[in-house]
Each structure stands twice: as structure tokens, then as C-alpha cells.
Design a protein around this ligand. Structure first.
Ligand code: GLN
Length: 492
């Protein structure tokens, strides 16, 4: 086994600075581990590019913690000269001629991109099963029965195996924060606009966020220090708010902080260890001088989050993916005579069932006769949810919730079963999308282990208070003994 498995960004930095390992040696080790990994987490291994870049890093940069640090990125970030498929057949040959801003920023910091990772096709989905390479497995489950979740499944798996210390993902509904829970990781989604989305393939731009995985809260703060910031020349939705040093407030006291638990969500938990975890965390908060109170959100409103999310995200997706038409993007199939035929054949062959179903939902809700009833209504419900969440956050510093109600989830698509679920299940399994509706910082961190399977708790704070979010997460992490866990370590 590699000597570098399970090391954090900080630990690897120390090894690199003291020359116990070089960026090239480290990149080679990581590549070997990735070749051996068996969760089907990789779309493209950028071996040649990674080795070339790592071997150019000869001058140690003591003040730059990212110097020589290996990472992987979800395959919906454009990477110059490296295949970028979004795990979809329609983009199976697409090689971008530019880097996404986040990739460029990490390159500038001399972090080494090792591979592109699998996702649910075009980031639509939460199961890690719908990408064109098939199922991505959970490294905590050698029996391959339970999902790692998605859509950022591959990026979650590689960090959960301890192979790299961080990875990039995207989060439109919960696609980083939910797999973080199944994989025992820190999953961070900052405020909408905090990180430039230039080069991230759009799914539903009013909800899309760049997000990422680490195994410690401190590493998560370090990563945001690099990724945050305006990028107006490329992404007009990126925020011009000043970027603080996210390490600064990590160790602040929680004394006097007011934490809200949501009663209806706690009542919807199915697995007892999750409820026990929430109770334990409450005691920790209290011991740190914070107070925890239960507040209410009508269960019907919580259960409405998923259908609302589906209408808005599918409508936006239908329109944003209109360029995947076999003309601008996607393979030309056969000798079609009209452009309609070109589009129809390319899209029929290029998309899986799930994507087609979502485009049908999106088109249907945008259809003139249905707009009022579906699209506009969904936007109104989104507003009600946002108002409710912001109202709670006007009296509390954070909303703390479980990431879901079940620890071990078998491979069934949300899309197939959601119409048969009860309100409690709908609410507890999909509420993290509140953070996308309102564009709030939201971090998942490990809260417990049940028979070797991890599960996370989520912390959400007011817009652009990432420092506060990290502060609360850091305090909890330091009391929970689940810092930097990864599959091999837990399995030992
Ligand atoms: N599970 C959600 C969906 O199915 C979230 C996807 C995401 O955040 N990209 O769309």
C-alpha cells in the first residue's frame, strides 16, 4: 500500500516541503493507486499530463500548500486537451480547448490534476449509476450492494479511498453533500456565486454550484481559499464580495451560538444511529456553549422541495442542454438530410433514459399551456422555501440537519421511486436542496459510523458566511473522532 494514502493536504504539504517525497513520486503513486481501484470511479486518467506537470515542479514552494498536491475532478469540468464527457455518450469525444476557472486556479497553484471522475450523466441524478460507464461503487461496501450516491460519485470515491486529499464536484440539489455522507467525507457547497462556474457544464444554473470533497474541515477551508473569488470576465454570476481567509475563524469559540434543528426532519429519520448522532451532536454543541432548539417547517413544504426542484432543474436543464444537438456538440450519426434528423438521431443515441425523461419533464413544464401551473408554481414554492429558511437563519446562526434518513441505501434510482415515497422520506432525503434554492453555504461532515458505514450531518448558514460554517463544522469535527476517515482505515 502506498505511503501517501489517507494523507490530508496539510500532511502531504509537509512531506513535499521536507522533500520526503517529490510531486512526481507522489503523482506516480496516486496513478498506481487509481489503476488498482475497483469502484469504477474514473472516466479518464490524465497520466501523461499529470506526470509532465508534476515533473516540472522542482522548486519547493513552502508558502503554497497546494504545490504538488494531487487531485481529481468530476468530468463535467472543462479540462483543456483532456477528454471531458460528463459521463454522457453525447460528449464521448469532446476535448475542450479551455480550462474551467477552478481547474485553472488549481493549476496556477501547482496542484496536479490526476484524473477525471465519473458522475451520473450530465450531473442529473443522485445514485452514481447513470453515467455511461455504469455503476460507481462505494469503497465502504466491498459487497457492492449500497450506493455511494451522486451525482459526484467518482470524486467522492477517490477521496473516500484516501487516494487524493481533495476532489472537485458540482452540487445542484445535493450532489456533493449527499455522497459525502455515504462516503464519510467533508462535502462543501459554498454560497451561490462564491466560486466561478466558468467551464462547469451547466445543468440548472439558478441552482448549480461548484462544490468539493475533502476529509477534514481545515482542508475544506484551504480549498475554498483557492477557489473563491469573482471571475466577472468569464462568469457574470460570480460574486464580487471580498474573499476572507477561511482559516482565520476556524478555531473561534461557539459560545453563544444558536443552532436550529428541524423537528420534522428529525422525526423523519429512519435509522436509529442517525437520530443518536443528532442527539450526541446536540450535547456537543451545548458543551461548547451553544444552544440547540427545534424549529418547525411544515412537512408538506419540506416534501414539496423535491418536486419543486425537479420542475425547476429539469426546465433549466432542457434549455441549457439544447446545444447538445449533434451539430454544435455530439457525434453525427448516419447521413441525415435535415438538421432536425441530425438532432433527433444524435440525441436519441446520446442520452440515457433518465436524461430523456428529465428533458420531457422540463419541456412539458415550459410548454406555454403548462407554465403557469408547473414552472411558475414551482418558482413560487421555491420562494416560500427560501423565505422560510432565511427566516430561521435570521434568529439562528445555523441550521443543522442529518443528510438523509438511511445509512445504507441500495441502488435504486430516485427518479423511479419518488412518486411512491411518503412525505417524511421525500423530506428527509431531499431537503439539502434548500441550500441550492437559497444559495447558502452548506457543509456535510462525518457524524457517525454504523457497522463500518459512515453517515454525515449537514450545517447550513447565511449566504456568504462560509467562515461561520467552517467554524461550526471544525468545532464539531474536533469532538467527534471521525476526522480524516477513509475506507481502508475504517475497514482495518
Ligand atoms: N440528486 C439530485 C438530482 O437528481 C441532485 C443532482 C445534483 O446536485 N447535480 O438531480
Amino acid at each position: 500500500m502506498s505511503n501517501y494514502i489517507g494523507k490530508t493536504i496539510e500532511e502531504l504539504h509537509e512531506l513535499l516541503v521536507s522533500k520526503k517525497v517529490t510531486p512526481l513520486e507522489l503523482a506516480k503513486e496516486v496513478i498506481e493507486e487509481i489503476k488498482r481501484e475497483n469502484t469504477n470511479a474514473i472516466e479518464t486518467l490524465a497520466e501523461k499530463e499529470a506526470l509532465e506537470f508534476a515533473s516540472s515542479l522542482n522548486e519547493v514552494e513552502e508558502d503554497n500548500v497546494f504545490w504538488g498536491i494531487p487531485f481529481v475532478a468530476k468530468d463535467n469540468f472543462a479540462t483543456k486537451d483532456i477528454l471531458t464527457t460528463a459521463s454522457s455518450d453525447i460528449l464521448k469525444d469532446y476535448i475542450p480547448c479551455f480550462d474551467a476557472t477552478v481547474i485553472a486556479k488549481l493549476k496556477e497553484k501547482k496542484a496536479v490534476l490526476i484524473a477525471k471522475t465519473t458522475l451520473d450523466e450530465l450531473a442529473m441524478g443522485g445514485t452514481g449509476t447513470t453515467g455511461h460507464k455504469g455503476i460507481t461503487y462505494n469503497p465502504y461496501d466491498p459487497t457492492h450492494t449500497y450506493k455511494i450516491g451522486g451525482s459526484s460519485c467518482g470524486s467522492a470515491s477517490i477521496v473516500a479511498q484516501g487516494i487524493v486529499p481533495f476532489s472537485l464536484g458540482s452540487d445542484t440539489g445535493d450532489s456533493v453533500r449527499k455522497p459525502a455522507s455515504y462516503a464519510g467525507l467533508v462535502g462543501m457547497k459554498p454560497s451561490w456565486g462564491r466560486i466561478s462556474r466558468y467551464g462547469l457544464f451547466p445543468f440548472a444554473p439558478s441552482l448549480d454550484h461548484v462544490a468539493y470533497f475533502t476529509r477534514t474541515v481545515k482542508d475544506a477551508a484551504l480549498v475554498l481559499n483557492v477557489l473563491a473569488g469573482e471571475d466577472l470576465s468569464h462568469d457574470a454570476t460570480s460574486s464580487i464580495n471580498a474573499v476572507p481567509d477561511y482559516l482565520k475563524d476556524l478555531e473561534k469559540s461557539l459560545n453563544g451560538k444558536r443552532i436550529a434543528y428541524i423537528k420534522e426532519l428529525n422525526e423523519s429519520i429512519k435509522d436509529q444511529p442517525i437520530l443518536d448522532g443528532m442527539n450526541k451532536i446536540k450535547d456537543i454543541f451545548v458543551s461548547l456553549g451553544a444552544s440547540v432548539e427545534e424549529v418547525s417547517i411544515d412537512l408538506r413544504l419540506l416534501a414539496a422541495i423535491y418536486p419543486t426542484y425537479m420542475i425547476i432543474s429539469c426546465a433549466e436543464a432542457t434549455s441549457n442542454n439544447a446545444n447538445l444537438d449533434g451539430i454544435k456538440f455530439g457525434p453525427r450519426i448516419g447521413e441525415e438530410k435535415t438538421y432536425q434528423e441530425v438532432m433527433m438521431k444524435a440525441r436519441t443515441a446520446g442520452f440515457s433514459e433518465l436524461i430523456k425523461r428529465r428533458f420531457v419533464i422540463g419541456s412539458y413544464s415550459l410548454f406555454k399551456d403548462n407554465q403557469e401551473e408547473l414552472f411558475l408554481r414551482a418558482q413560487k414554492i421555491r420562494r416560500i422555501v427560501v423565505n422560510k429558511v432565511n427566516e430561521i437563519l435570521s434568529s439562528y446562526d445555523a441550521i443543522v440537519t442529518p443528510c438523509g434518513g438511511i445509512i445504507r441505501n441500495p441502488f435504486i434510482s430516485n427518479d423511479n421511486i419518488s412518486d411512491k415515497l411518503d412525505q417524511g422520506t421525500m423530506a428527509i432525503e431531499n431537503h439539502l436542496a434548500m441550500g441550492n434554492f437559497a444559495g447558502l453555504p452548506s457543509i456535510s461532515i462525518p457524524m457517525g459510523l454504523d457497522d463500518g458505514f459512515p453517515f454525515d450531518v449537514n450545517i447550513m448558514t447565511k449566504a456568504f458566511t462560509e467562515s461561520e460554517c467552517f467554524n461550526i463544522a471544525y468545532a464539531l469535527e474536533s469532538k467527534l473522532d471521525l476526522k480524516n476517515i477513509y475506507a481502508k482505515k475504517v475497514g482495518e
